[in-house]
Ligand binder design. Structure first.
Ligand code: ADP
Ligand code: MG
Length: 241
């Protein structure tokens, strides 16, 4: 279980995360909010790439800061807009990540095969990443996030820059991941998480406004509508969109 307690973070004098509290158990969560809501900041804190000003994050009751490397080993992370090593082949990149994540040496080859198959990149795995399309780059990043079968996987804007066809493919891929883990998908694109996330976390201006099912959100904000209508109802005042 991942528990976030009284978390605050500012940049300069701008508070970008305001007293975030939530408890996540196994399943898929959608972290939904427009650009600037604070999604990436929150994901960077959960992945220990950034420090909070105050508050804590607990993994099965232990502060993640105290877990050190053992937390990194249960974590899979696909950062937003990550630069890739264009000179590496897909295989070299995944091998590098597998080593970083302490996958036992004897298992690395089969693990790379497994994740390569699951993102359907078998034909291109020995080609340089620089030759990949946008969709293939996103898929190799997804493969790197699921290597070593982590118990907590975070995808930050996994469909950024993809065309609609590629977007659906990536969504199907994320939906096919086993549900015996916590999966968080941060996005401002409603269809990316619609009908997939068991719970939606709505982040507005650094405030966690809602943590509930899609159905409950629809009941509350758009009784005759869909999740897109909920989004419009919550974020419809100009600058938030
Ligand atoms: N490195 C930074 N320095 C200053 N302000 C930042 C920095 N990163 C993010 N911010 C600000 O924090 C707020 C939240 O940003 P971010 O977490 O990237 O939101 P999201 O991922 O939801 O688009 C925004 O107002 C953004 O401008
Ligand atoms: Mg972001």
């Amino acid at each position: 279980m991942l528990e976030i307690k009284d978390l605050n973070r500012s940049y300069g004098n701008k508070l970008v995360l305001k007293n975030i509290n939530c408890k996540l158990t196994n399943g898929v969560y959608g972290l939904l909010g427009p650009n600037g809501a604070g999604k990436s900041t929150l994901m960077n804190i959960i992945t220990t790439n950034l420090k909070a000003d105050s508050g804590s994050i607990l993994w099965n009751g232990c502060e993640i800061e105290n877990l050190g490397n053992s937390f990194r080993e249960i974590l899979g992370y696909m950062p937003q807009g990550q630069g890739l090593y264009n000179g590496f082949t897909g295989y070299m990149f995944l091998n590098y990540i597998a080593v970083l994540k302490s996958v036992p040496k004897a298992d690395i080859k089969s693990e790379i095969e497994r994740v390569t198959k699951s993102v359907n990149l078998m034909d291109s795995i020995n080609k340089k990443i620089g030759t990949y399309s946008g969709g293939m780059k996103q898929r190799i990043l997804i493969a790197s996030a699921i290597i070593g079968n982590p118990k907590l996987i975070i995808f930050d804007e996994p469909t950024a820059g993809l065309d609609p066809k590629e977007r659906i493919r990536v969504k199907n891929l994320l939906g096919s991941l086993a549900k015996d883990k916590i999966i968080i998908i941060a996005t401002h694109i409603v269809p990316d998480i619609e009908n997939m996330a068991k719970n939606i976390l709505v982040l507005k201006n650094g405030v966690l406004l809602e943590e509930t099912s899609s159905d409950k959100l629809i009941q509350k904000y758009a009784p005759n509508g869909n999740l897109e209508d909920v989004y419009m109802s919550i974020f419809s005042n100009g600058e938030d969109l």
